[in-house]
Design a protein around this ligand. Structure first.
Ligand SMILES: [Zn+2]
Length: 386
């Protein structure tokens, strides 16, 4: 077999340790000269008691810590500006993101903006960030977004539009996977974020232009781990093995789609998040079934391979196996307890045309889909999901 030229990028260091967040200070002190840390998180994690031990560990290791806990879901530009101001006022020389995808996305961007005069508006899009960034450590508390290993930050601009900053500067220096941080995640969030991670793996595996042998390997292993551990993690949040496997699976999926970008499921999910403020993972779960069935006309050979990866039983030709894969994924989602129809989450049927129009703006994602999607197709997919 010969190779189409490809590149692969990921973060330089990943540390996996159950309970490792409690020793974060020691770990980072040995790796970085920096001692003035901006800790970026959300107020819910502070209330849940997850942040105090981390902060104590950092201070014990000689870090001066400023806490920024104003990150919210679908963070608007004002959060970026406030957090940048906090970093500058403190003179932060390292940024630590600890939380869900939103906190990590903000931390990644602040590591750039804190020391840069570049206007945020000029950073949106692919490869538009100029300059360098502060040292950056990332610690996820959900097994979902994979943000800890991607070079993407998603920001909500205006009322409802989500924009991405995609740039190599957004890869962190250090990632800690401490699955003990995910134990308190309620079932519905465990399901939604886990499904998001599975969508990352599937969309990376069928990504039209930049999939490659490394992203494929990561996507397969991600999907194997995630599909086997989603329901155990949903049923018993304290199942350590399930939590650890989910977190590693989400990281693998993140590494895969950072290099082989996601496609139509995400393109159709973003308008739902923007207009209805639904969690990202949930919106992906709602659109996955229709998009898989739509894409199968071209992607069946790859879906057939994924049927083997998830251990879906049976035999048959490529189309039969692809259908088995889609059914297997639908069953997993049903059993996870995630809402399954747009109407279940109060999406109005008279908004579907507007959603389809908005989805067409996600050209960055739609180009990666194995099958072309027109506005008319998008509307049909929303109808199917309704
Ligand atoms: Zn996603």
């Amino acid at each position: 077999m010969t190779f189409t030229p490809f590149g692969f990028t990921t973060v330089p260091h990943i540390h996996v340790e159950w309970g490792g967040a409690g020793r974060l200070g020691q770990t980072l002190a040995g790796r970085f000269a920096a001692r003035s840390a901006l800790l970026v998180t959300d107020a819910g994690l502070v209330r849940a008691g997850l942040i105090d031990p981390v902060r104590a560990s950092l201070e014990q290791a000689g870090f001066q810590v400023t806490l920024f806990d104003d990150v919210v879901a679908d963070p608007p530009e004002s959060v970026v500006l406030d957090c940048t101001a906090a970093a500058r006022a403190q003179g932060a020389d390292i940024v630590i993101g600890l939380g869900g995808g939103s906190s990590l996305d903000i931390a990644k961007l602040i590591a750039v903006t804190a020391g840069s005069a570049q206007d945020l508006a000029s950073m949106y899009g692919v490869g538009n960030v100029t300059g360098t960034r502060l040292p950056l450590a990332l610690i996820p508390t959900t097994a979902g977004t994979g943000s800890e290993v991607t070079n993407i930050s998603i920001i909500t601009t205006g009322e409802t539009t989500k924009m991405g900053v995609v740039s190599p500067q957004l890869y962190g220096d250090f990632v800690l996977l401490d699955a003990a941080l995910t134990v308190g995640l309620p079932r519905i969030h465990t399901a939604a974020t886990g499904i998001d991670a599975m969508v990352h793996a599937i969309e990376a595996y069928t990504s039209k232009f930049r999939k490659n042998p490394i992203s494929d390997m990561l996507a397969r292993e991600a999907l194997r781990l995630l599909s086997a551990n989603l329901l155990p993690a949903c049923r018993d949040g304290h199942n350590r093995a399930a939590r650890e496997n989910m977190l590693l699976g989400a990281l693998f999926a993140g590494q895969a789609f950072a290099n082989a970008p996601v496609a139509a499921v995400h393109a159709l999910a973003y308008p739902l998040g923007g207009h209805y403020h639904l969690p990202h993972g949930l919106t992906n779960a709602l659109m996955l079934g229709p998009v898989l069935r739509y894409n199968a006309r071209i992607a069946a050979p790859l879906y057939a391979e994924l049927a083997d990866v998830v251990g879906a039983p049976g035999t048959g030709d490529i189309h039969a196996r692809a259908a088995v894969f889609v059914t297997h994924m639908m069953t997993l989602m049903n059993e996870s307890g995630a809402p399954r129809r747009l109407r279940d989450v109060k999406v109005a049927d008279n908004s579907l045309a507007m959603l389809a129009r908005d989805a067409m703006k996600q050209t960055r994602l739609l180009v990666n889909n194995p099958v072309e999607i027109t506005e008319e197709d998008a509307l049909a997919l929303y109808r199917e999901a309704f």
